[in-house]
Design a protein. Structure first.
Length: 312
């Protein structure tokens, strides 16, 4: 099996009331941990690369790592997705370079500019059987090149979604209902809230259309505790409760993005190895356990949160 786009994935997910995990990748161990979990669970998966990942690992290395995963696990559908593409030029570069799905993030631009640029990218992408995700509304938080202050964030206006989808021809839509990027999504003592009323209105206006949630890491507290115990400094790191993500996955949400949880699992595990085995200097001795931690985390997400296990 070769890399696939997200069209059939989302069609099945919408009909089945589950979501596909879109996991950010930066290196070999992360790719391996995610795809080994997906293969064992017979789950479809989206591997996505941000601007930061493409700068760190380079476009070619990321594509070849993902292509290697496809060779290793031909029994599961794997899509390679650009996360938060900032421009037509970047999206085109990824389409030309082997990505099967791209996201154009024009959420910071005026509405009409967002529509026009998204339409331009869709027209190019669809020539090559590449699917396109766009965004309406703005999430707060920090992730790689995306940095939005809380006072600049805004919920998606359901009144815009039909016009936007019709005029752009986009294949999926990321909306803002209270999630945020990074590991500090809520203040201590603040009760996490997602605007399921907005999600419902959007899905009512766009029946059968796949919705995406960004900034949906749960920030597992066992890894926060481990990270802090072994020298980290992550006070008050709080994520989206998993029960809220489960609810979203049973509605119109077909893609849920996860990045911070992977970083946290990997970093906490490496810190633990360094403290407990200070004589170790072989990278395989600490990156191997980090890969295992990512695999276990992804297995949990796919089975207990997303509901996509067994859907390949």
């Amino acid at each position: 099996m070769s890399l696939v786009n997200t069209k059939e994935m989302f069609k099945k997910a919408y009909a089945g009331g589950y979501a596909i995990g879109a996991f950010n990748v930066n290196n070999m161990e992360i790719v391996q941990g995610i795809t080994e979990a997906a293969a064992e669970l017979k789950a479809p998966v989206i591997l996505q690369a941000s601007a930061g990942a493409r700068k760190y690992a380079t476009h070619t290395y990321l594509v070849k790592l993902v292509e290697a995963a496809v060779i290793e696990h031909p029994e599961i559908p794997i899509a390679l997705h650009l996360d938060h593409g900032p421009s037509y030029e970047v999206c085109k570069d990824c389409i030309d370079g082997g990505f099967t799905s791209v996201m154009y993030d024009g959420s910071s631009k005026p509405y009409e500019e967002n529509v026009a640029e998204t339409r331009k990218i869709v027209d190019y992408a669809h020539k090559y059987n590449v699917t396109v995700e766009a965004e309406l509304g703005r999430l707060a938080g920090i992730e790689d090149a995306v940095n939005v202050n809380a006072d600049k964030a805004q919920y998606t206006d359901p009144g815009q979604v039909q016009d936007f989808v019709k005029r752009t021809g986009v294949d999926s839509l990321a909306i803002a209902i209270g999630t945020s990027h990074g590991a500090y999504k809520f203040k201590p003592g603040q009760k996490p809230q997602l605007r399921f009323d907005i999600l419902k209105e959007v899905s009512d206006r766009l029946p059968g259309f796949p919705i995406v949630l960004h900034g949906a890491s749960s920030v597992p507290q066992e890894f926060v505790k481990m990270d802090n115990q072994y020298g980290g400094k992550m006070p008050d790191a709080i994520g989206i409760p998993e029960e809220m993500l489960r609810k979203a996955a049973t509605m119109a949400v077909c893609k849920i993005n996860v990045d911070s949880d992977l970083r946290l699992a990997m970093t906490a595990t490496v810190r633990k190895c360094f403290v407990e085995q200070p004589d170790v200097f072989d990278p395989r001795k600490y990156l191997g356990p980090a890969r295992d931690a990512i695999k276990a985390l992804v297995e949990h997400k796919m089975t207990d949160v997303l509901g996509c296990a067994g859907k390949a």
